[in-house]
Design a protein around this ligand. Structure first.
Ligand SMILES: NC(=O)c1ccc[n+]([C@@H]2O[C@H](COP(=O)([O-])OP(=O)(O)OC[C@H]3O[C@@H](n4cnc5c(N)ncnc54)[C@H](OP(=O)(O)O)[C@@H]3O)[C@@H](O)[C@H]2O)c1
Length: 267
């Protein structure tokens, strides 16, 4: 058990499945108190019941697309245990469609869910962190927050926006002992591609091969806990493979990635 996480209060959005669910189990095993959020209350209950310290887990259902409600939801989250130490912004949706065919409503929906909802919660929570001179924002970006590949324009734009916003926030609040960790996962085994929306806003409904052969979510959660306890500014999460190489190529040889980035097929 990590001394750094024992008794900490951790609020996780997108906790009903995938990476968020795996993070709930991993933080609970470390003795953290949890607040679990997403839309599906029954799934949150299932996750709570499977946590090692289920008696230290509260459920707070919310819809991240209802951005005006998030200030009140943040007040309710703080009231659960009287404080929040770590905010894990994780809930989100991906997208699969070419730029030319994608309805602008798809761009707005992905931006609202993957970017503006995080901003709304952050602004509502920041006074609490500043008052306590303590707090940690953990932000689920993606390899797509650092590079762009075909079929991901709305998703990559929202994830890139997170880096701009949270890098600025870190520069403002680090003197107040408030930390920001941006996570850039590669392929992790979850339903993310099934739930991704297509050009018309409907779910894709298929599990991509890259996701199916990605890092298991429980292993991703262990990598994330390491990044959180170290207070990393930014951390790649995933296998040592094509996505990690793509990050390196994008930084140092960007022309290569357009043609050959390994493992980054358009579909
Ligand atoms: N899996 C990967 O390969 C991968 C790679 C890079 C980044 N990521 C990021 O990791 C995060 C988690 O995704 P995942 O892979 O674990 O996929 P997932 O299994 O589809 O999980 C998505 C989570 O977001 C929640 N969510 C979706 N829409 C919501 C809404 N309107 N309001 C509240 N919660 C909502 C879902 O819960 P409800 O349906 O109950 O609301 C679910 O818990 C996302 O930000 C994703 O972009 C994933």
């Amino acid at each position: 058990m990590s001394e750094k996480l024992n008794n900490k209060v951790v609020w996780i959005t997108g906790a009903s499945s995938g990476i968020g669910e795996a993070l709930a189990y991993a933080f609970s095993a470390e003795g953290a108190k949890l607040i679990l959020s997403s839309r599906r209350e029954d799934e949150l209950e299932r996750v709570r019941n499977a946590c090692r310290n289920a008696e230290l887990v509260k459920i707070l259902p919310l819809d991240l697309l209802d951005v005006p409600s998030l200030e009140q939801k943040t007040a309710e989250a703080i009231a659960c245990f009287g404080q929040i130490d770590i905010m894990v912004h994780n809930g989100g949706i991906s997208q699969r469609s070419l730029v030319i065919e994608t309805d602008i409503a798809v761009h707005r929906k992905v931006m609202e869910l993957d970017y503006f909802s995080y901003i709304a919660i952050t602004k509502a929570l920041l006074p609490h962190f500043e008052e306590r001179k303590d707090g940690h924002f953990v932000v689920m970006s993606s390899v797509m927050g650092k590079i762009g590949t075909p079929m991901r324009s709305a998703y990559a734009a929202a994830k890139h926006a997170l880096h701009g916003y949270f890098d600025c926030l870190r520069a403002e609040v680090s003197p107040m002992n408030i930390k920001v960790t941006l996570l850039t996962p590669g392929y992790i085994q979850t339903n993310v591609s099934k739930n991704a929306i297509a050009k018309d806003g409907n779910p894709l409904g298929t599990l991509s091969q890259n996701i199916a052969s990605g890092l298991p979510a429980d292993e991703a959660a262990q990598q994330i806990l390491k990044a959180v306890t170290k207070g990393s500014y930014e951390s790649y999460i995933g296998k040592f493979g094509g996505e990690k190489i793509a990050l390196w190529l994008n930084r140092f040889l960007p022309s290569v990635i357009i043609k050959k980035a390994p493992g980054l097929s358009p579909k």
